[in-house]
Design a protein around this ligand. Structure first.
Ligand SMILES: NC(=O)c1ccc[n+]([C@@H]2O[C@H](COP(=O)([O-])OP(=O)(O)OC[C@H]3O[C@@H](n4cnc5c(N)ncnc54)[C@H](OP(=O)(O)O)[C@@H]3O)[C@@H](O)[C@H]2O)c1
Length: 334
C-alpha cells in the first residue's frame, strides 16, 4: 500500500455482509484491522477473496464466539496481550437473526442466543476493552500526517429497533420493547427467553437485542464524556441480501431485496453499507457522541447522513440505566 500504518480498528463479524465489506474501506483509509470472528479459518478464506495480499498483511484475525462469555473473556485477554498499540476504534457489527425458531436456542451460559450474541457478547467485549480503547487518544500517524484521533465505539443498530420510525412499529411479530425488564431481572435463564419475561417471539428477540445495542450506546455516552470517547450507532440502510436473512423462508429471501429496491427504495448494497460503517467509525465528521447515524429509509444518491430521532424506548434514562446495570450483572461484571 505504500502508506504508513496509523491506528488500530477492531471489528466483529467479517465473514460476510456489512462486516466483510467494511474491511476494504478501512484498509484503504490506512487503518490496521483486528477482525474478530468465531472461525478464523473461514474469516481468512473469505477475506482473501476480496482483499489483495498487501491488504491482508494489515489484518489480524482473532477467534471469539460472541455467544460464549468465557470465549469473549479469553479473546479479550489475547487481544490485550498481543497488540502493543491500543485500539482506536471498535465496531460492534456481528449479529444473528433467527426468526423461524420454535423454541429459543441457548448460549453456553444458558441465555437466549440472539440476545447473547448481539448484546451480551458485545457488551462484555466493549467493557473488557474499554480501558485499552480510552488509552488510545494520542497523536497517530495517519497517511504520513500526524493527527489526533479521539477513541471511538460504533455499534450497528437498526430501524426495526427504533419505535420513532415506521419500520420500528412493524407488528410482525411485535415491535422491540424491553417492557419492565423482568426477564433480565429474573436472571434470563430457561424458561425465560425474552427481556420482558414474556412468551418467546424469535423475530422480536432479534429486535430487542438490537434495541439493547442502541440503549448501550446511549448509556455509555452518558457515563463517558465526549472529551474522552465518541460512542454512536448507525443504520446503514436495508442491506436486504446479506446472510443475516439466511434463516428466513426462501421466498422471503427472493422477494425482500426486490421489494426494498423497487417499492420502499430502502435497499443499500453491501459495499455501500460497508463504506458507511467504515466512515462512521473513523471519519471526523461523525465524531459526535450518542448520535444514531442514518441515511433515511428511502435511499437517494449523494444523501448525507443525519442524526436519526430515537424513541423513548432507547433514550429513556431510567430504562437505559437499568438495562446497563442488569446486563452488567448477567455478563458477570457486577
Ligand atoms: N442486513 C441488513 O439489512 C441490516 C440492517 C440494519 C442493521 N444490520 C446490522 O448489520 C450487522 C451485520 O449484519 P449483516 O447483514 O452483514 O449480517 P451477516 O452477513 O449475517 O453477518 C453477520 C456476521 O456476524 C457473525 N456472527 C454471527 N454469530 C456470531 C458469533 N456467535 N460470534 C461471532 N460472530 C458471529 C457472522 O459470522 P458467521 O459466518 O460465523 O455466522 C457474520 O460474520 C448486524 O449487526 C445487523 O444487525 C443489518
Amino acid at each position: 500500500m505504500g502508506k504508513s500504518i496509523k491506528g488500530l480498528v477492531l471489528i466483529t463479524g467479517t465473514t460476510s455482509g456489512v462486516g466483510l465489506n467494511t474491511l476494504k474501506p478501512l484498509l484503504r483509509f490506512g487503518w490496521e484491522v483486528i477482525a474478530v470472528n468465531r472461525s478464523n479459518k473461514r474469516a481468512v478464506e473469505v477475506a482473501q477473496q476480496s482483499l489483495t495480499d498487501s491488504e491482508m498483511k494489515n489484518i489480524h484475525f482473532i477467534e471469539i464466539n460472541l455467544s460464549d462469555l468465557d470465549d469473549v473473556r479469553n479473546g479479550c485477554s489475547e487481544i490485550l496481550k498481543k497488540f502493543e498499540k491500543p485500539i482506536n476504534s471498535l465496531i460492534c457489527n456481528a449479529a444473528v437473526y433467527k426468526p423461524r425458531l420454535r423454541k429459543p436456542e441457548r448460549s453456553p451460559q444458558g441465555f437466549e442466543n440472539s440476545m447473547a450474541v448481539n448484546h451480551f457478547g458485545h457488551f462484555l467485549l466493549i467493557n473488557l476493552l474499554l480501558d485499552n480503547i480510552l488509552s488510545s487518544e494520542r497523536e497517530i500517524d495517519f497517511n504520513g500526517r500526524t493527527t489526533k484521533f479521539k477513541p471511538r465505539i460504533t455499534v450497528l443498530g437498526t430501524v426495526t429497533a427504533n419505535y420513532s420510525e415506521l419500520g420500528g412499529r412493524i407488528p410482525i411479530p411485535a415491535p422491540a420493547d424491553l417492557g419492565n425488564l423482568s426477564g433480565f431481572k429474573n436472571g434470563f435463564l430457561s424458561p425465560i427467553s425474552m427481556a420482558n419475561g414474556k412468551k418467546f417471539k424469535p423475530g422480536k428477540a432479534y429486535k430487542d437485542s438490537k434495541l439493547c445495542n442502541m440503549v448501550t450506546v446511549q448509556e455509555l455516552s452518558k457515563r463517558f464524556s465526549k472529551e474522552r470517547i465518541i460512542i454512536n450507532s448507525l443504520y446503514p440502510g436495508c442491506v436486504a441480501d446479506t446472510k443475516l436473512f439466511r434463516d428466513t423462508p426462501w421466498l422471503f429471501r427472493f422477494l425482500f431485496p426486490i421489494f426494498q429496491k423497487l417499492i420502499t427504495k430502502g435497499y443499500v448494497s453491501q459495499r455501500l453499507a460497508g463504506e458507511r460503517v467504515a466512515q462512521v467509525a473513523t471519519y471526523k465528521e461523525y465524531a459526535k457522541p450518542a448520535v444514531h447515524w442514518s441515511w433515511g429509509n428511502r435511499q437517494k444518491l449523494g444523501r448525507k447522513a443525519f442524526s436519526q430521532k430515537l424513541s423513548k424506548r432507547i433514550i429513556d434514562s431510567d430504562i437505559s440505566r437499568q438495562t446497563y446495570e442488569l446486563t452488567r450483572k448477567l455478563v458477570g461484571l457486577a
